[in-house]
Design a protein around this ligand. Sequence first.
Ligand code: ADP
Length: 649
Amino acid sequence: MRKFKTESQKLLDLMINSIYTNREIFLRELISNASDAVDKLYFRSLTDESVSINRADLSITVSYDTNARTVTVSDNGIGMSKEDLDKNLGTIAHSDSFEFKANQAKNTPGEEKGLDDMTDVDIIGQFGVGFYSAFMVGKKVQVVSKAYGSDEAWMWESNGIDGYDLKPAERASHGTDVIVYLKDNSADESYDTFATEMGLKNLIKKYSNYVRYPILMEVTKSRQVEVEPAEGEEGETPAPKWENYVEVETINSMIPIWKRKGAEVTQEEYNEFYKTDFHDYEDPARTFTVHAEGTLTYDALLFVPAHAAYDYYTRDFKKGLALYSANVLIMDKCEELLPDYFSFVRGVVDSADLTLNISRETLQHNSQLRAIARRLEKKIRSDLVSFRDDDREGYEKFFENFGRNMKFGIYSSYGAAKGAVADLLLFYSAKEQKMVTLDEYLEAAPEGQSAIYYAVGSSLEHLAKMPIVTTVLAKGHDVLLCPDEVDEFCLMAMMDYNETPLKNVSSEDLGLTTEEEKKEAEEATEANAGLFDAMSEALGDKVEKVVVSTRVSDAPAVLTCEGPVSLQMVATMKAQMGEGAEGMPPIPVVLEMNPKHPVFAVLQAAQEAGDADKVASYANILYDQAMLVEGLPIDDPLAFAQRVAELMK
Ligand code: ADP
């Protein structure tokens, strides 16, 4: 007996003992696996001449034995070798990145969850753990498989508890049989329905109706047969008799859902299709269809998921729509059909106009495909606009999931994507204390406001308290608070929104001060030249200069940057570049002093008294605390603490 890996073991325990109500999904999972296996063989036949199969022969068969209490799902797909069986079915961690998902569950903020604590039974349904769901209804599962091109078959067998066995077996041809031995009924649970014709037929129709390959089942039918009148009883026709016979029937409709008119399909059906085909546990947030006829004929069915896939924000994620030509899948994920900023969209596109044997290289240059992509992009955009306008709550949830991706799209296209997504973005308004669009921001702005103001920092709470933010707010202008790292990069790449410039409150001249105020500040700066020179010297290359501020009202001092790059952005870049950041050119940082703050008078007095040590020490304290207020790390926390302690003595 081979042992299961530990994590698999824990999950299996959960599965077997779960009171998970949707046990019936095991059939969907096994059929999906069978369909994938058939797909794999079909794909191979397209590229590998040594594989000769007839697509029409590819199928899935569901059978049952009421007496033996077994359900069997068979396919004539690619099959598994002994090694495949060992690797694929011996570790859950191997299946569909389960490990990753378990880790993710663990890392849900606020609640530490390990597999051990995953008693929340719904998790099983959420993870859609594929093959292992067979143990929700089965006390034993056998998998008999023969890999395509091999002449040996192997059987994997397990009770799902401590391990599994692998032994040689017999199978006529390539493919796999998964045989589930149903659990015994208990006082409150019955598994009988899974070994009946009606039970299985209903489940196939409910969950697997659109599987592309026929799902075959032997069904019992009755027919009337004429009974020959007995000898010598002419005239009297005896009543016909009923007789049962067995026929193989295709249970699933196979008519692709995207070919059907929207009005004929219920949302429920779309949801089931989405969950089955795209392996999601949650219904999609949006569903929309496109049926185009004319120079380019195609059907598309698109979904916006209700949550980001576990790998969405990783390098492993691959965008794309499934591409069919006349119902036949050409490609699982055709990237060319989706722009990066809408990479979260899932769905299928079916166009009879596309040739079947289209290769990746030719696809990129395929003008039909590009035309379809352009149309789809418009369609996605217009659906998101209605989403934003008609269901704001839902849209905000959507934006929490995918807003970052749209913002990243603007940044990575150097602003080129802004026409497509800028009006779909939401930012947190400091004034309204809720998410607003840039249009809403501008509509609410006072007459004559010439820019959109934003502030970047580590959290909303922190940003709301930043001195520069409160100063701009006090002047009657709203500030968009941007806690997301990508925000600043996105807004800088955008530069303006419909010609209104976007301004970072801490890095540019905000145009909020009058000429008079500016002149006053310049004069005050000059008048304090001695003090400011001494402070600059004490701070070394940390600052470019020290000046009297026009924008700070409460705090003693703030740090700003000359030019467009902010301190936040420098911190982000440093964090991302690590060692590589060493060579980054320094950015001109300005320490702006508030002349009305009592600390200013203290500094002036120290300067007059010729107390250079005090000026230097205070300059450093002011610099460090301004950094802290920005939510940025300080170079030497120990020195800061010592200076503050010195003050307190
Ligand atoms: P998933 O399908 O999410 O990867 P499963 O636990 O359902 O996870 O299956 C694990 C792996 O076992 C699959 O990725 C596939 O390689 C293999 N497998 C399962 N069922 C079959 C089958 N009927 N034919 C061939 N391979 C299969």
